[in-house]
Every structure is written in structure tokens, then in C-alpha cells.
Design a protein around this ligand. Structure first.
Ligand SMILES: *Cc1c(COP(=O)(O)O)cnc(C)c1O
Length: 399
């Protein structure tokens, strides 16, 4: 079975974890800090804070930003649930803005209109969809007008980069134009720690808040205590935090994986070019392209298939592909269509571009260990399945 995404774990990754297991420091040891230093160095941000997973990272970012009840947080409906849920975790209300069908990222013209019209919007969390960077400078320009907190959801985009208007190349995560950038190290993402996440920032204040909130809101640094009593065991809980720590074992895997990140991304890029070449001559299939001046992390390879033109149903196509060993995925069911969000007042038709994308999208397998022959086999299977679907009546297809 070929699936849409998969981790790459090699002997040295395993050795790195085993070394920590034998060291006696399983959590909160020196490797957490090493991973943070290396993540900061890689992305170009001043600080990195690692935590339990990408969802926890989003939650910490919203909490550290001071978002709460009465505040609104603007994001895209074309994302994993966690982006919008993070606003709800802190008592804020998610506000969606439809996608730009070309970039698949948030439509910033619409975002600007919403931001200017609604004073309760206090933060914006655009997503670097599929690993392809959104226009960070545009997001920053809009945010500045209303003093919004700008959080980049870069769970797809570790290893991606973009070029700023001065011509400088910025790694996603440099947080050069935003307050914070959030990453996930789930096995399908650019690198993995099993479960894991991180926030990068250039703000000392946010860094202090994030590290405290990650571990119960507890402060030990004597210089930051409200009541410095000089007691050697003394610590203070100054805010309601969580246990969102990442372990040393996971961080060791993270350090080892980070060394290979550029190699992973290069391989993903090769696969994406191969798909692009093989699929370019079929007018009913639209393939993704990285925006000008950007290097995508190629987390996903989302293609749009005109099922009407082909005369097939997406459901049948999906099932047929699965029956021949190719497990596609769909990214994403727009968040506002989930029952929980419908109960909050959202409804079908609210965000037509995201909904139309959802009706056509499938994610083709893409991960560093996918061989060229496998990618070729995916394309062959896709074309023959579609051809089959387009000439035969539906009944015959269902067999
Ligand atoms: C994966 C992902 C998350 C959540 O990350 P976890 O580590 O799975 O909690 C959040 N946002 C986006 C866009 C993601 O792809």
C-alpha cells in the first residue's frame, strides 16, 4: 500500500533516541535545548520553543499572545482542524476568510476587508498550505494596520522559503514579519519526532511566556518572581499553563531529523517535478505550482481533478485507487463544514472557493522514500482509473 505521506527513519535516528534512553535523562534534559537551538538556527529566528505537538504549539501561541474571550481570530477554512480549534481553546472565536483558488492560501484581499470592518479581530493565523508559502509581507502589512498578532501556521512548511521585497531569502519560521511561527513534527510532516511541535519567535517576551506556559505557567528564574523570597526550592505559578513538554527522546530524534531536512525537501521537490511532468498534458488535472520567489516544502501534492469533465465520481475514483493499493487523501474537508463548526453558525456556501477545491482535490503520495517508479505507478493508476471511469457506466465501475 502506498499512502499519501510517511516518515523516513534511518539507523542513525534510532541510535540518537537510544543514546538518550541510556543517558538517564528522558525528559527536560539537555537535548530539548539542543533541538531548540538548532531549530532557531535553521529557521533564522532568535528563539524556538518545542512542545508536545503542533496543536499544543498553536494553543500556546494563542495563549502567549493574550487572546481570549471576546477576541476573534482570522484564519482559513482550508486547514487542519487544529488551526481554528486553537482560537476556541482560549475562548476566542474563529473567523474564516475564503482561499485564493490560485495560491490555495488565504485570500488576503478578503482578509483585509474583514480585518478593517471588524474591530474584534485581534489575530490572524494564515496557513502555508501544502508547504507553499503565503505572502508573508502582505499578511504583515494587513496585521500592522490594526495591530494584530500574526501567527504563521507552518505545520506544512518547515524547510520552505520565500523572498522578501528587498530580495532577501527567508526561511519559513524566521518569523521576520510575524510574531510567531508554528510547526508540527507529526510523522507525515517535513521531519518527525513521533508527536511534536514548535514555535519560533524573535520576541524575548513571547519566548518567556511560551516556555512558562509549556510547563504549567511555572517560573523559577529569581529575576522574574513576583515574590523573590530567596528560598532555594521556591517557584511560582504566575499563569495557567499546561504540560506540553517535548521529551529528550523526541528531541534527539528531532535533532537527527533536522540534519536531513534539506535532503528530504530536495527529494520531495524531485517527486513534485516528476508528477508535474507526467500530469501536465491532461487538461482535466490541475497540478500545484510554488509561488514566484518561493521554495515549497512540498508537504502535499494536491491535484484538482475535474470530475464532471471526466464523468466520474470522486468517491468511486478514491475507492478504486485504494483497491489497487494507493491510499490517497483529501486535504481538507473545509473546517466550517464540520458539525461542531456548523453548530457555531457556519454553513455550506459560506466559503465557495474552499468548498469547490474540496470537491475536486486529492493528495497524491509524496514523501522522501517514494521511488520514481512508485510515483510513475501512481500516475498510471490515476489515469487508467479516470479513463475507465469516463467511458464506462457508473455501475460497471462499482464492481
Ligand atoms: C499537522 C497540522 C497541525 C497540527 O499538528 P499536530 O502535531 O498533529 O498536532 C496544525 N495545523 C496544520 C495545518 C497541520 O497540518
Amino acid at each position: 500500500m502506498i499512502s499519501y505521506g510517511r516518515q523516513t527513519i534511518e539507523a542513525d535516528d534510532i541510535e540518537a533516541v537510544v543514546k538518550v534512553l541510556a543517558s538517564g535523562m528522558l525528559t527536560q534534559g539537555p537535548v530539548v535545548e539542543e533541538f531548540e537551538r538548532k531549530l532557531a538556527a535553521y529557521t533564522g529566528a532568535k528563539y524556538a520553543v518545542v512542545c508536545a505537538n503542533g496543536t499544543a504549539a498553536l494553543h500556546l501561541a494563542c495563549k502567549a499572545a493574550g487572546l481570549g474571550p471576546g477576541d476573534k481570530v482570522l484564519t482559513t477554512p482550508l486547514t487542519f482542524l487544529a488551526t481554528a480549534n486553537a482560537a476556541l481553546y482560549v475562548g476566542a472565536a474563529p473567523v474564516f476568510v475564503d482561499i485564493d483558488p490560485d495560491t490555495l492560501n488565504i485570500d488576503f484581499r478578503e482578509a483585509e476587508k474583514k480585518v478593517m470592518a471588524d474591530h474584534a479581530i485581534k489575530a490572524m493565523i494564515p496557513v502555508h498550505f501544502a508547504g507553499s508559502p503565503f505572502d508573508v509581507e502582505e499578511a504583515a502589512r494587513i496585521s500592522r494596520q490594526k495591530n494584530l498578532i500574526l501567527i504563521e501556521d507552518a505545520c506544512h512548511a518547515l524547510g520552505a522559503s520565500w523572498t522578501d521585497s528587498a530580495g532577501e531569502v527567508r526561511k519559513v519560521g524566521s518569523s521576520s514579519h510575524s510574531d510567531m511561527t508554528v510547526f508540527s513534527f507529526h510523522p507525515v510532516k517535513s521531519i518527525t519526532t513521533g508527536e511534536g511541535g514548535a514555535i519560533t519567535t524573535n520576541s524575548r517576551r513571547l519566548h518567556e511566556r511560551l516556555t512558562a506556559l509549556r510547563a504549567h505557567g511555572v517560573i523559577k528564574d529569581p529575576a522574574r518572581l513576583f515574590n523573590p523570597e530567596g528560598l532555594p526550592w521556591y517557584y511560582e505559578m504566575q499563569d495557567l499553563g499546561f504540560n506540553y513538554r517535548l521529551t529528550d527522546m523526541q528531541s534527539a530524534l528531532g535533532v537527527s531529523q533536522l540534519n536531513k531536512l534539506d535532503k528530504f525537501i530536495a527529494r520531495r521537490k524531485e517527486i513534485s517535478s516528476l508528477y508535474g511532468r507526467l500530469l501536465s498534458k491532461y487538461p482535466f488535472i490541475k497540478t500545484p505550482v510554488a509561488a514566484h520567489g518561493c521554495e515549497s516544502a512540498w508537504h502535499l501534492y494536491p491535484v484538482r481533478i475535474d470530475f464532471n469533465e471526466v464523468g466520474a465520481s470522486k468517491k468511486e475514483f478514491f475507492e478504486l485507487m485504494k483497491s489497487i493499493g494507493i491510499n490517497l487523501q483529501v486535504h481538507y474537508i473545509p473546517v466550517h463544514l464540520q458539525p461542531y463548526y456548523r453548530a457555531l453558525g457556519f454553513k455550506p456556501g459560506d466559503f465557495p472557493a474552499a468548498e469547490s477545491f474540496y470537491s475536486e482535490e486529492v493528495s497524491l503520495p509524496i514523501y522522501p522514500l517514494l521511488a520514481d517508479e512508485e510515483a510513475g505507478a501512481v500516475v498510471e493508476a490515476l489515469l487508467s482509473t479516470l479513463a475507465c471511469a469516463s467511458v464506462k457506466p457508473r455501475k460497471a465501475l462499482a464492481i
